[in-house]
Design a protein around this ligand. Structure first.
Ligand SMILES: NC(=O)c1ccc[n+]([C@@H]2O[C@H](COP(=O)([O-])OP(=O)(O)OC[C@H]3O[C@@H](n4cnc5c(N)ncnc54)[C@H](O)[C@@H]3O)[C@@H](O)[C@H]2O)c1
Length: 428
């Protein structure tokens, strides 16, 4: 077991992984470029909502800081000092220009001067196929080190889900991809420090890279199918949720919840990372692309429903419950709920939104009742603590005849209440 491991990138993935090493007796030395994040972590606070049993991530962070098993720094000299392994978990954003490799290239540049014989390096970031070879192995070998002999490199995609990071770091089987056996064995040995589940090995970086994207792309396409079933169900005046529930009674079928769309960085970026590699080898991915388009269009479809809501005095206010990209999440990056808010604002609605786990937006108010007051259309988009279950009194301030758009089945038990109040319900 190594004595010291560096974790590069201390976000949703990196911090729980670093603390998982620290709790298993390895000194985890965290590196991040964000000074404010490092200051926050060093002061013993994490904004993440992770929990392991009764302990919050802030409790765990506090324990590890006190025991000296976790440190956070922006200084590569400090972070890489005496480490036997390095795990990289920075993210690759996608912009109009395509995939931005800058964060990974900077992370690799930061570690090159600290390479030494015997070091194991894992890439955990979700990436287009070809990235480990081009952006990690090539610079290492250009610096004069032989991978598989002097230093060891494997691609080990991260599979955890936000909110279950500690449990899934222990329990989720992982993939280990590397062309040489020495790197695979060392990567597996390192992973086994924090993992109590199988490591599935493969002899190429690219197979593991593409397998990770196929996992995410499959979920994206699955939700897109559910969206089409939902549109057809609506047109046939059927409940989409009931149709999907019935479908899933088949033991070999599992349609996912359609919801307000697919958000976050992971699933939407999977297609874009695949498309990046596919363009180089001139392969079309029409099915994945169509699924992405279907999911991207859902917020617009939900916004259009508001046009049929009453407009007392010509004014229109919309209420939105839930802003995160998924349930029980504080992450609003690429969130469909945020797209709904932007769409409503663009159509001239004033918007009051409530999400107890997301902060910092000018249209936010503190309670669901406050958001609903005076609104002629109410969107229930994310199941968050404090929003679910719904207290019917939160509806008291809606204007008469208001429209309730429920994309998450949050009003399933309140249909009687909706009709007693003379409200109209549109639900998935
Ligand atoms: N969030 C999830 O649930 C999840 C699940 C599976 C896989 N992933 C993948 O894991 C990767 C990380 O995701 P995340 O959600 O933790 O991202 P994040 O944005 O929360 O964290 C990334 C961190 O890396 C830091 N960083 C960027 N460049 C750096 C550099 N050069 N050196 C040091 N630090 C740097 C950033 O400041 C940030 O704190 C992504 O590829 C993502 O697709 C995420």
């Amino acid at each position: 077991m190594p004595r010291r491991v560096a974790i590069v990138g201390l976000g949703f993935v990196g911090l729980p992984v670093a603390l998982s090493f620290a709790r298993r007796g390895v000194i985890a030395s965290g590196l991040d470029i964000s000074q404010s994040l490092v200051a926050e972590l060093t002061s013993g606070h994490s904004r993440l909502l992770e929990q392991d049993g009764d302990l919050t991530i802030t409790d765990i962070l506090g324990q590890c800081l006190q025991e000296g098993t976790f440190t956070a720094s922006t200084d590569p000299e400090q972070a890489y000092r005496d480490v036997e392994a390095i795990s990289i978990s920075v993210g690759l954003p996608v912009s109009g220009q395509g995939v931005e490799f800058g964060p990974l290239d900077q992370a690799v540049a930061s570690l090159l001067p600290h390479l030494r014989k015997g070091l194991t390096i894992l890439l955990r970031t979700t990436v287009p196929p070809g990235t480990t070879a081009r952006h990690l192995v090539q610079p290492i070998e250009a610096a004069g080190w032989k991978v598989g002999h002097d230093v060891f490199v494997a691609y080990v995609p991260e599979r955890l889900a936000e909110g279950r990071a500690f449990a899934e770091t222990r329990e989720m089987p992982v993939l280990v991809g590397a062309p040489d056996q020495a790197s695979r064995l060392r990567a597996e040995e390192l992973m086994k420090v924090i993992l109590d589940a199988p490591c599935h090995q493969t002899d190429s970086y690219e197979a593991a890279e593409l397998a990770k994207l196929a996992e995410n792309g499959q979920r994206d396409a699955n939700v897109a199918l559910s969206q089409e079933i939902a549109r057809l169900s609506e047109a046939l005046t059927l409940s989409a949720r009931e149709v999907i529930r019935l479908t899933n009674t088949h033991p070999r079928v599992r349609l996912l919840d359609p919801g307000p769309g697919v958000g976050g960085a992971c699933l939407p970026n999977a297609y874009l990372y695949m498309a990046h590699a596919a363009a180089e080898v001139r392969v079309a991915l029409p099915t994945f692309r169509a699924a992405r388009n279907t999911n991207d269009q859902v917020p617009e479809l939900l916004v259009d429903l508001a046009l049929s809501a009453p407009r007392p005095n010509g004014k229109a206010k919309a209420a939105v419950w839930g802003l995160a990209m998924k349930d029980n999440s504080m992450d609003d990056r690429q969130s469909p709920a945020m797209a709904v808010v932007q769409g409503l604002l663009a159509k001239g609605f004033s918007v009051s939104a409530c999400d107890p786990l997301v902060q910092g937006h000018p249209f936010q108010v503190s309670t669901p009742a406050e958001a609903a007051a005076g609104a002629s259309v109410l969107y229930a988009l994310v199941r968050q603590p404090g929003l679910d279950p719904i207290d019917p009194h939160w509806l008291d301030g809606l204007v008469p005849g208001a429209l309730v758009v429920d994309a998450r089945g949050m009003f399933d038990g309140l249909k009687g209440e909706i009709s007693r109040r003379g409200l109209t319900l549109w639900s998935l």
